[in-house]
Design a protein around this ligand. Structure first.
Ligand code: AMP
Length: 285
């Protein structure tokens, strides 16, 4: 497995693979890898001849008061995990390599970014789209892999690929969870023991909302109320948002009729966790 730091080297490696007729899969990450990331790497390795994992903590997707400085970083552990999961290259550029002096372009996206995390984190998706475009142009993938855990991000990247006619298939993959339901996240490392014990309330609450929908409640407000009610039983949890949205456009729904998600962001102590669950309305509604 190769470790690549320079964009030009990454482009040369990917171009050589493509010229040899090999397909390339890209898994963009911010490192501090866990089983959620590894499921994406394994999927890419199964579906492509070559797999690149990018490890880059992207400064421009963090707000001024967010956790960029203390975001967990452990490249040597990430490298050994990637090697074992079948990656062919890890692309680990520096911030100066990605955003050299004078860099002033951004990819701006509307509509899909107006609610959920886009509302709480105003510059976040501009930073995500910009870095993902740069990573795509560095690793030249046929397919790129993203987790359903960041459902809005997946929808935004899908839309960007479509809007700019990129010949890249954006592949989504299911959320990987701990045994108690907590969605795996690099940020779970911030949790104290008491917070970690409280954190499964997020999945428990979303499951309660999905269960209500399965039983025939299709009014979005009713489902959201149920999720908030369950969260309120956990004193350490403070709700940022709970929203029922269309699974593709991320627009808020009044009623669940087609593919929908209930998405939530909750502070457990100081740590902001996100999660979501698919809603299936009972046939006939
Ligand atoms: P991150 O390093 O947090 O930016 O995540 C990199 C990629 O891994 C994104 O596409 C995430 O959606 C995905 N990911 C993170 N956590 C999980 C998880 N628990 N299950 C599935 N995918 C995940």
């Amino acid at each position: 497995m190769e470790l690549v730091h320079k964009i030009s080297e990454m482009q040369a490696l990917a171009s050589a693979w493509r010229a040899a007729g090999l397909s390339v899969g890209l898994v963009p990450t911010m490192g501090s890898l866990h089983e959620g990331h590894m499921s994406l790497v394994r999927k890419s390795a199964e579906e492509n001849d070559r797999t690149v994992v990018s490890v880059f903590v992207n400064p421009i997707q963090f707000g001024a008061n967010e956790d960029f400085d203390r975001y967990p970083r452990d490249l040597s552990r990430d490298l050994s995990l990637c090697g074992r999961a079948g990656a062919d290259a890890v692309f680990n550029p520096s911030a100066a390599e990605m955003y050299p002096e004078g860099f002033c372009s951004r990819v701006e996206m509307s509509v899909l970014t107006e609610n959920l995390c886009g509302k709480t984190r105003p510059a976040h998706f501009r930073g995500v789209c910009t870095v993902v475009l740069k990573l795509f142009l560095a690793a030249l993938p046929d397919r790129a892999y993203f987790g359903q855990k960041d459902a809005q991000q997946l929808a935004v990247v899908r839309r960007m690929a479509r809007d700019f006619n990129m010949r890249i298939e954006v592949v989504g993959a299911p959320i990987v969870r701990e045994a108690d339901g907590l969605a795996m996240s690099s940020r779970n490392a911030y949790l104290t023991a008491a917070e970690r014990a409280a954190a499964p309330c997020l999945f428990r609450a979303l499951s309660g909302g999905a269960e209500l929908c399965r039983r025939g409640v299709v009014e979005a407000r009713g489902i959201e109320r149920r999720v908030r009610e369950i969260l309120s039983e956990t004193p350490l949890a403070r709700v940022d948002y709970v929203e029922v949205v269309d699974a593709e456009t991320m627009r808020p729904l009044e009623t669940v009729a087609g593919p929908a998600l209930c998405a939530a962001a909750v502070y457990i102590g100081e740590t902001r966790l996100i999660d979501n669950i698919a809603l299936e309305a009972r046939a006939g509604h």
